[in-house]
Design a protein around this ligand. Structure first.
Ligand SMILES: NC(=O)c1ccc[n+]([C@@H]2O[C@H](COP(=O)([O-])OP(=O)(O)OC[C@H]3O[C@@H](n4cnc5c(N)ncnc54)[C@H](O)[C@@H]3O)[C@@H](O)[C@H]2O)c1
Length: 357
C-alpha cells in the first residue's frame, strides 16, 4: 500500500492506494476520526460489484452503513438527483457529522461530493474511486459539481474530501474503454510534469494494461502524486491548475462536435497529440518527442487522429469553450515531455494546421 498526503491550507488529507484496501475502509475511517453511521452513495453496477461487500466490512468494524443508489450515467450529475439524495439523507436522519462515502467513478464522485459539500452546509466526504480516471484525477483536489442542462460542471464547489481510499483491484472489472479513458489522464499527467514517469509508461504500458498489481499501483500512485502536487500549489484553480487541461481544449471541442459520440478519453488523446503538434510547430516539443507521445497513446489503445470532423466546427467549439479569455483560445502546450506552459498566443492558422495534419 502507498500513501500520499495532500497538503492544503484549508485542510490536508491522505490518499491510500493499494490492492485489497476496500476491506480496511472501516479502519481508515477510524484513523481519520470518522465514526458512527456512514452513508455510501453508489450506482447499481458498482453496488453489485463492491458496495454490498463494503457495507458488510463496515458493519463488521462496528459502523452502521446505509447505501443510497443513483442510476448509472453522466445525466445523474444533476440538481434533480442531488435533491433526491438530500431527501433520502434527511429521511435517514443523516447529521452534520455523518460521513458520506462516494463509491464509484467520476460521476458518483462529483455528484456525491456536491451533495456532501451542500447538505447541512457540509458533511465529511470520503472518496472511494473505482475507475482509473477517478483514481488518478477526479477523486483528488476537491472539485465537486453537477451539470446544468448541457453545461458541464456549472454548479459546484471546491470541497476537499477528508480521505481518499483507492483500491486498484476494482480496476479488474472496469470495461476496457473506461480503462483507456483513464490511461489518457495518466499519460497527460506524465506529459505535464514528469518525463521519467513518461519513460516508465513507455517501458511498462503493456504490463500495466494487463493489470500487473505492482505496476498498476505504482502508476496510479505516480499519476495521483502529480495531481496532488498541482492541487497543492493552486487549490482554487487560479493559475497552475489549468495545466491539468493539457489536451482538453481540443479534446472538449472534439467531444461536443461529435455530439459526445467520441469518448472523453479518446477526445483528450487526440487533443494531446494536436496540442503536441502545435507545440512542435511553434518551435518547442521536438519531433521525436511528438512521435513518442503519439506512439504511447496508440499503445494505450487510444486514437491520435481527428475522425472526420470539420476543422471549422472544431474551432467554433473551442471559441465557445470556457477557457476562452478576451476572445482568445487558451492552450496548454508542451515545451518538452514533462514541461508545459499556458498560452493564449496560438494563431488560428497554427491551430488549423494542427487539426488538418
Ligand atoms: N472533479 C474532477 O476534478 C474531475 C476530473 C475529471 C473528470 N471528472 C468527471 O468525472 C466524470 C467521468 O468519470 P468516469 O470516467 O470515472 O466515468 P463514470 O463515473 O461514468 O464511470 C464509467 C463507467 O464505469 C462504471 N464503473 C465504475 N467503476 C467500475 C468498476 N470498478 N468496474 C466496472 N464498472 C465500473 C460506471 O458505472 C460507469 O458505467 C465526468 O462527469 C467528469 O466531468 C471530474
Amino acid at each position: 500500500m502507498k500513501k500520499l498526503k495532500v497538503k492544503l491550507d484549508s485542510h490536508s488529507y491522505e490518499i491510500h492506494i493499494g490492492s485489497a484496501v476496500l476491506g480496511h475502509v472501516g479502519h481508515r475511517l477510524k484513523e481519520a476520526k470518522l465514526a458512527g453511521r456512514v452513508v455510501i452513495i453508489t450506482n447499481p453496477i458498482v453496488k453489485e460489484l463492491y458496495g454490498n461487500a463494503l457495507k458488510q466490512s463496515l458493519t463488521r468494524d462496528g459502523f452502521e452503513a446505509i447505501i443510497l443508489e443513483v442510476p448509472d450515467g453522466e445525466e445523474q450529475k444533476s440538481l434533480e438527483t442531488a435533491g433526491r439524495l438530500y431527501h433520502e439523507l434527511t429521511g435517514h436522519y443523516a447529521e452534520r457529522t455523518t460521513p458520506i462515502l462516494a463509491l464509484g467513478g467520476g460521476v458518483i464522485g462529483d455528484l456525491t461530493g456536491f451533495v456532501a459539500a451542500t447538505y447541512m452546509r457540509g458533511v465529511p466526504l470520503v472518496q472511494i474511486p473505482t475507475t482509473l480516471l477517478a483514481q488518478v484525477d477526479s477523486s483528488i483536489g476537491g472539485k465537486v459539481a453537477v451539470n446544468h442542462g448541457q453545461l458541464k460542471n456549472k454548479i459546484g464547489a471546491f470541497y476537499q474530501p477528508r480521505l481518499v481510499i483507492t483500491d486498484i483491484d476494482t480496476l479488474k472489472t472496469l470495461p476496457a474503454t473506461e480503462f483507456a479513458n483513464g490511461l489518457a489522464e495518466v499519460i497527460k499527467s506524465a506529459v505535464i510534469r514528469d518525463k521519467d514517469f513518461f519513460a516508465y509508461l513507455e517501458k511498462n504500458l503493456d504490463r500495466i494494461k494487463s493489470l500487473d498489481t505492482s505496476l498498476l499501483e505504482e502508476t496510479v500512485f505516480r499519476s495521483a502524486k502529480i495531481k496532488t502536487e498541482v492541487v497543492e500549489q493552486d487549490e482554487k484553480d487560479l493559475g497552475l491548475r489549468s495545466i491539468l487541461n493539457y489536451g482538453h481544449t481540443i479534446g472538449h471541442a472534439i467531444e461536443s462536435t461529435s455530439d459526445f459520440k467520441i469518448e472523453h478519453g479518446e477526445a483528450v488523446a487526440i487533443g494531446m497529440v494536436a496540442a503536441g503538434k502545435i507545440s512542435n510547430q511553434m518551435g518547442m516539443l521536438k519531433q521525436n518527442e511528438l512521435n513518442r507521445l503519439k506512439c504511447l497513446i496508440e499503445k494505450a489503445g487510444l486514437p491520435t487522429e481527428i475522425p472526420g470532423l470539420k476543422t471549422k466546427r472544431l474551432i467554433q467549439a473551442m471559441e465557445h469553450d470556457k477557457k476562452v479569455l478576451k476572445g482568445k483560445i487558451r492552450f496548454v502546450l508542451a515545451k518538452s515531455i514533462g514541461t508545459v506552459f499556458i498560452t493564449d498566443e496560438v494563431t488560428p492558422t497554427v491551430i488549423e494546421q494542427a487539426l488538418v495534419d
